[in-house]
Design a protein around this ligand. Structure first.
Ligand SMILES: Nc1ncnc2c1ncn2[C@@H]1O[C@H](COP(=O)(O)OP(=O)(O)OP(=O)(O)O)[C@@H](O)[C@H]1O
Ligand SMILES: [Mg+2]
Length: 146
């Protein structure tokens, strides 16, 4: 695919720091309301990219952005409201209302979701899809589609 699809863009990063930098670049173009779906295998770099995006939005400092795997959702209130959700531990395909997550879409925010394939999310907000793939050693391919 590489750059053939004009609706998608790919970059390869070679370290966690480069992925954070890519996240900051992407954040510069984000405006609420926006749902950002972060797909990719374990350790692909979803949380690392979220660190770059959420810190880039000015919603939190990098070190405050950790994996919400056990808490399901982290909420940040900065210049923009940000939710960072990780559905890895959600069993089966559930609806987000059943998890008490419906408030996330109550007012314009930027919502980052790791493991989005675990749950059915219904919203009329714009969606940005980001896919991360292992590309050997510390390399990751980050594909953005909208
Ligand atoms: N190019 C890279 N981009 C991102 N992370 C990298 C890169 N190279 C190495 N890493 C390392 O890979 C790991 C990525 O972990 P991270 O928690 O971001 O993945 P994840 O996709 O959120 O995993 P999970 O599915 O468990 O939530 C980190 O330990 C990070 O330091
Ligand atoms: Mg993660």
């Amino acid at each position: 695919m590489l750059t053939e699809n004009k609706f998608a863009s790919d970059v390869i990063t070679r370290s966690a720091e480069e992925t954070i930098a890519r996240g900051r670049e992407l954040a510069a173009k984000m405006r609420p309301p926006l749902l950002v779906l972060l797909s990719g295998e374990l350790g692909a770099g979803k949380t690392t990219l979220a660190k770059g995006m959420i810190s880039g939005l000015g919603a939190a400092a990098e070190e405050e952005i950790t994996s919400p795997t056990f808490t399901l959702v982290h909420t940040f209130t900065g210049p923009v409201k940000v939710f960072h959700v990780d559905l890895y531990r959600v069993e089966g395909v559930q609806e987000f209302d059943s998890l008490g997550l419906e408030d996330i879409f109550a007012e314009p925010a930027i919502v980052f979701v790791e493991w989005p394939e675990r749950m059915w999310m219904h919203t009329d907000w714009p969606v940005m899809r980001i896919d991360l793939e292992h590309a050997g050693d510390d390399a990751r391919k980050i594909t953005v589609a909208r």
